[in-house]
Design a protein around this ligand. Structure first.
Ligand SMILES: Nc1ncnc2c1ncn2[C@@H]1O[C@H](COP(=O)(O)OP(=O)(O)OP(=O)(O)O)[C@@H](O)[C@H]1O
Length: 247
């Protein structure tokens, strides 16, 4: 089982502290929401976990090994990043976008997608119930379809920990529900899930655990339904009150 450990991580930009003493661990099977006001350091934390930034101090461990010494390919077999679906738009067919996940951490793009990689891509799309999209152009998909395709791409990478950046942004209610069901299914299969979100009420219902951040520090970490009380949400976002409490 893959375990991610973030150990006393600190980060600064231009001499200004951005993250201070961040520690937590995530195991396979856990579904963790990362919440906090704009500018609090959530994306910076994800970028440190993905080794796209270097910490000032502290470490990130995957199955007990520091990521600082890992090859890109080794890192990619543990950890997959699912960016926002409305970000980069690939001018490729869906099956090729997914198959490219097999090259994550590699040093070159293969001119022709090998048959085994094509097969893995088909299986991942079928598993996420979007096999019918395989021959469509990725650029022509809806936001929810793109998220599913990007998750399929993460799965063919072989990674057991998925890091998602605001996966619900821009999705309508139905697509949000389908995405939640999908993430829950993956967690039940043993995948570890860490996702940033700006929707605490939804996080309280859907995620098993929440980590709340404010001004570069973790201020709460525990069962989402418990720690995302109306009072805690109001405090986190500097509100007098939250009009609708968690369902
Ligand atoms: N490339 C950059 N150069 C300089 N400062 C940056 C850069 N990226 C982020 N910051 C700053 O670092 C701090 C943390 O930003 P970060 O994007 O991690 O916050 P966030 O919690 O993800 O915010 P949001 O919810 O708005 O996405 C903020 O003060 C932000 O202005």
């Amino acid at each position: 089982m893959t375990e991610l450990v973030v150990d006393r991580l600190s980060f600064a930009r231009g001499g200004r502290g951005v993250l201070e003493g961040i520690s937590f661990a995530i195991r396979g099977g856990e579904m963790v929401a990362l919440l906090g006001p704009n500018g609090t350091g959530k994306t910076t934390l994800l970028r440190l976990v993905l080794r796209l930034l270097q910490p000032v101090s502290g470490r990130v461990l995957l199955d007990g090994r520091s990521i600082s010494g890992m090859t890109r390919r080794a890192l990619a077999t543990h950890l997959a990043y699912v960016p926002q679906g409305h970000g980069v738009v690939f001018p490729y067919r869906v099956r090729d976008v997914v198959a490219l996940g097999r090259l994550a951490g590699g040093t070159m793009l293969a001119p022709v997608v090998p048959a085994a990689d094509r097969e893995a891509a088909e299986q991942a799309l079928a598993r996420l119930a979007v096999g019918h999209l395989a021959d469509r152009s990725y650029a022509a998909l809806s936001g929810g379809e793109r998220q599913a395709v990007l998750i399929a791409r993460a799965l063919v990478q072989g990674a057991r920990l998925l890091v998602l950046d605001e996966p619900e942004t821009g999705l309508d209610y139905g697509q949000q529900q389908r995405l939640s069901d999908l993430l829950r299914r993956l967690a039940a299969e043993g995948y570890g899930i860490l996702a940033t979100t700006h929707d605490p009420l939804r996080a309280a219902r859907i995620f098993g655990r929440a980590i709340l951040m404010r001004e570069g520090r973790i201020v709460a970490d525990g069962p989402a339904g418990d720690i995302l009380s109306a009072r805690a949400i109001a405090d986190l976002y500097g509100l007098k009150a939250v009009s609708a409490g968690p369902a």
